[in-house]
Design a protein around this ligand. Structure first.
Ligand SMILES: Nc1ncnc2c1ncn2[C@@H]1O[C@H](COP(=O)(O)OP(=O)(O)OP(=O)(O)O)[C@@H](O)[C@H]1O
Ligand SMILES: [Mg+2]
Length: 656
């Protein structure tokens, strides 16, 4: 229907009369005008004029003679139909003939009126116009309904969020929108063949059944896309009726990216918190260790000096040895604390980890005992690492001992090496990682594994799950400190009941392996040279002075830089060695050394310190050409180092 039918104008009916006989036309017109308000009445006699009339204006009813010589009611009906109009069509005829009437009604006429009974005409016209108006009203309502349905379909289809309608009983997709097709990758046809169960992971199905049976869900669930990937989707749904069926309208908002971003943020915050915590504990540990080293220097050295004075059978020997023993254990713990605090002195070189591990194999196997099988899995042509070899040995020892402790009933331990490149993505996810080539060393055991709680605290100093007296909880914190100070990274994989794999990553370095330093032979540790001793801690100064004097040295002393200059100025003879503490208030050992060597060229320098200090080291790495003795001091180590420095061939610019 292309043309809208307007209601009857208030002025009266508009009638199109198809009639060839003037008399009949007059008759019919009179009848119509008698019973009806007629605003317009046009008479036509052939198809062309009739088309013309219908084209030019609107009519409410057609009254047509049955048979015209060249143009009958049937043809007139055809014209109306062609025009796409729903016009009531009433036929008038001079004769009655049942066959004719049936044919006319079949062709679409609304009524058939004998000209001999024209009294029926007016009521028939009135009825038909009324019914036609009602039909038009219904049609209008229908068109409106269709238009609004189309509008809503369009809203559904153009929604930027994937949406669909599910059959509430079969869970089949009854309708999906374009966003769903586009986002999920299934075609409309594929959707039409699926139920929502097909896009949910199998383990979700029981929950899905419950949700469908129960209240409308608003939840985050997993959906499988056409390409097989799973996405996290925030689903909102409500019950609707769709084409008469109980259905559910579902809105699916893909929140995968948001959840991933939230997770990544949470992880990096957690890592940051963790590393800040370890950092704080580290500086605390470093500070404590510094003071401890001074006290331990005193304890260990006097114990050693007293032992040197006692005769072999003296009953006091055992007591002093106990003191010395306890002092050594405390020194070891202090060393570990320093390692964790990344404040110990590292002397890194180019190291071949395969060779280093191979050199430890016998000792490690002995450490593990008969019930534990040790296998070495070295990667051929492994790159070289840049680290302090002694410290790396310490790391391997600590890890292997932990592996042994995790295998009370025996099992397997392996040590593996590999070249690994830690990329930017990995660095972004792991705090403190510098991207680049690394050498990896992994110690893996088939032991007890760790629970979440242990994993969260394992690197903290003094965290141990071992019974009192069995573990100090310093093993892994030392490993962590050494690796971090070496610019590396530690990672751990552990499955409760299955085992643990601890990996350390050390920065790799091109080049040939450096030779390990040779331990100096135990020669004569005495000397006659003049040594200027600068140390702010009185007990330590007295101790060092006493050790050096007992061994023949001439000792000048100062408790800070200022005093040292004074001594230097007043003392006319040669000074062979400046022995200075590194960390002192006001003026560091480094500054003292720079100024004094300026005053006395050729003066040799030996630094003593409880921990690293940036004036002579960088990131805990000793500047080359600097001689250094770590605290706690023991008489033997002190005398040996002093001789080493004094006996070294003179090298211009070597001293400071
Ligand atoms: N290979 C491993 N398997 C299972 N748990 C481990 C492993 N390595 C470390 N742990 C856990 O981490 C804790 C801390 O280890 P860490 O080496 O720091 O201390 P410790 O071994 O307890 O004591 P210490 O090493 O000072 O003697 C251990 O007590 C243990 O619970
Ligand atoms: Mg341990």
């Amino acid at each position: 229907m292309s043309r809208a039918i307007t209601p009857v104008p208030p002025g009266g009916l508009r009638i199109l009369l198809v009639e060839d006989s003037d008399d009949d036309a007059a008759l019919v017109e009179r009848e119509l005008r008698r019973g009806l308000a007629v605003s317009q009445l046009r008479r036509v006699q052939d198809a062309a004029t009739m088309r013309d009339a219908l084209d030019g204006s609107e009519y409410d009813v057609v009254v047509s003679d049955w048979s015209l010589p060249s143009f009958g009611a049937a043809a007139a009906l055809e014209v109306v139909r062609e025009a796409g109009l729903d016009l009531p069509f009433i036929i008038t005829s001079g004769t009655i003939d049942e066959q004719t009437a049936v044919a006319a009604l079949r062709a679409g006429a609304r009524d058939f009126i004998l000209k001999t009974n024209l009294a029926r005409l007016v009521p028939a016209v009135e009825r038909e116009v009324r019914e036609s108006k009602a039909r038009a009203g219904h049609r209008r309502a229908d068109t409106d309904l269709h238009a609004s349905e189309a509008r809503y379909r369009e809203l559904f289809d153009n929604s930027p969020l994937p949406m669909w309608v599910l059959d509430r009983t079969t869970l089949a997709f009854l309708a999906v929108n374009a966003a769903a097709v586009q986002h999920y990758g299934y075609s409309r046809e594929e959707f039409a063949r699926m139920t929502v169960e097909d896009i949910r992971p199998a383990e979700d199905l029981p929950a899905l059944q419950q949700a469908v049976a129960g209240a409308p869900e608003s939840d985050v669930v997993w959906h499988r896309k056409h390409d097989g990937s799973l996405i996290a989707v925030e689903v909102q749904s409500r019950d609707v009726s769709f084409e008469g069926r109980p259905a559910r309208l579902v809105l699916a908002h893909d929140v995968t990216a948001r959840l991933q971003a939230e997770e990544a943020l949470r992880k990096s915050e957690e890592q940051l918190r963790q590393s800040q915590k370890l950092e704080a504990i580290g500086s605390l540990a470093g500070g404590i260790a510094h003071d401890f080293n001074n006290m331990l220097s005193v304890v260990l050295s006097y114990a050693s000096l007293v032992l040197g004075e006692l005769k072999p059978g003296d009953p006091l020997r055992a007591d002093i040895e106990e003191i010395q023993h306890a002092g050594e254990r405390a020194a070891e713990m202090t060393r570990q604390l320093l390692a964790f605090g990344r404040k110990q002195m590292l002397q890194p070189r180019v190291v071949d980890l395969n060779r280093l591990v191979a050199g430890m194999e016998k000792m490690l196997q002995r450490l593990l005992g008969a019930g534990i099988d040790l296998s070495l899995l070295p990667t051929a042509k492994l790159g070289k690492a840049f680290a302090d070899p002694g410290q790396v040995e310490q790391i391997i020892m600590n890890l292997v001992v932990n592996a042994r402790d995790a295998l009370p009933r025996g099992g397997k331990v392996s040590i593996e090496t590999a070249d690994v490149v830690l990329d930017a993505a990995y660095a972004a996810q792991h705090a403190g990682v510098t991207p680049g080539p690394h050498v990896m060393l992994a110690v893996t055991d088939s032991g007890t594994g760790m629970d979440v709680e242990t994993l969260a605290h394992m690197f903290e100093p003094f965290f141990t799950t071992k019974e009192q007296g069995k573990g100090t909880g310093l093993g892994l914190s030392t490993v962590f400190g050494i690796v971090k100070q070496s610019g590396g990274h530690v990672s751990v994989d552990s499955d409760l009941g299955r085992g643990t794999s601890l990996k350390i990553f050390l920065p790799s370095r091109e080049g040939e392996e450096d030779d390990m330093p040779q331990a100096p032979e135990r020669g004569d540790l005495r000397g006659k040279e003049t040594i200027l001793l600068v140390e702010d801690e009185e007990q330590v100064r007295v101790l060092v002075r006493s050790v050096l004097r007992r061994n023949g040295y001439n000792v000048l002393e100062a408790q800070n830089g200022g005093e040292a200059f004074l001594v230097c100025e007043q003392y006319d003879a040669r000074i062979d060695l400046l022995l200075t503490d590194v960390v002192m208030p006001r003026m560091s050992g480094r500054e003292v050394a720079v100024r004094l060597t300026g005053m006395r060229p050729g003066l040799r320098v030996l630094y003593v310190s409880g921990y690293t200090e940036n004036s002579i080291v960088h990131q805990g790495v000793l500047d080359s050409g600097v001689s250094f003795l770590a605290k706690p001091i023991t008489p033997e180590a002190l005398l040996r180092k002093v001789r080493e420095v004094l006996d070294a061939p003179a090298e211009p610019g070597r001293s400071a």
